[in-house]
Design a protein around this ligand. Sequence first.
Ligand SMILES: Nc1ncnc2c1ncn2[C@@H]1O[C@H](COP(=O)(O)OP(=O)(O)O)[C@@H](O)[C@H]1O
Ligand SMILES: N[C@@H](CCC(=O)OP(=O)(O)O)C(=O)O
Length: 255
Amino acid sequence: MHKKKKRILLKMGSNTLTKETNNISRGKIEDIANQIAQLQDTCEFIIVSSGAIAVAKQFVKLESKQEDVFVKQALASIGQPHLIRIYQEIFREYGLLTSQCLLSYSDFEKEESKVNITNTINVLVNNNYIPIINENDTVATDEIKFGDNDKLGALTASLLNADLFVIATNTNGIYTKASIESGTPKTIKEVTNFSELTDEVVNSKSSHGSGGMQSKIEAAKVAKEAEVETWIVNGLEDNFIVNAMENEVPFTKIK
Ligand SMILES: Nc1ncnc2c1ncn2[C@@H]1O[C@H](COP(=O)(O)OP(=O)(O)O)[C@@H](O)[C@H]1O
Ligand SMILES: N[C@@H](CCC(=O)OP(=O)(O)O)C(=O)O
């Protein structure tokens, strides 16, 4: 009998996509494609990817006396088609098909939009297309102001009944605060109760990151309410999804 595939929502931040440089890493996108190709018989993927602003910054500097956020929105508009082109080129080499969906938080508050998102994405996935989702930064500024696309990932994972929400970041999951302070970071392997985490988050984030670990914890809460399990994994490492599945690397599971 045909077994139902495990639906995985993968969130890639700018930081992991650039491997902490100022350029999008084609190698990282190849790593993602390679993993999806390895897992395609048992898993189906939906990707929430940032990186539009980072790509645009590689080749354009916008002149504007306007607020920073307007400039970011314009950069996102310039970078998004390039970001998707890079995904499309690389994924095609692995025999994988891609599509683009631009969403915003407010779309998740309207019943009609929710039904439309679900229907579109289900048709895409059922036809072996991998939807690549980003915030529609022309109309919404939630994520470029506060978030990390983490919440967008959580809302999408919840709406689309994902079996697993994987947040790729630049640490081996959530570390204990004491271990960060002593300089030997130690991963919290499993979280069942969010109150355990309130004291662990420290006030730092990576070079391109915007929300820090707190926004990932908030996202995991949203996912948990919809009974979706979240994994926070180190997306800088090669084969990070497969290795987490095989328990070969430290990461944080939030059930
Ligand atoms: N307890 C913690 N464990 C791990 N990282 C933490 C913790 N508290 C804060 N952080 C910070 O959160 C960062 C990850 O968030 P962020 O920079 O927004 O990443 P991304 O760009 O992947 O979304 C880490 O690099 C680290 O500086
Ligand atoms: N939507 C925007 C970025 C949103 C954002 O800050 O995301 P992240 O890289 O996850 O911190 C983009 O694609 O550049």
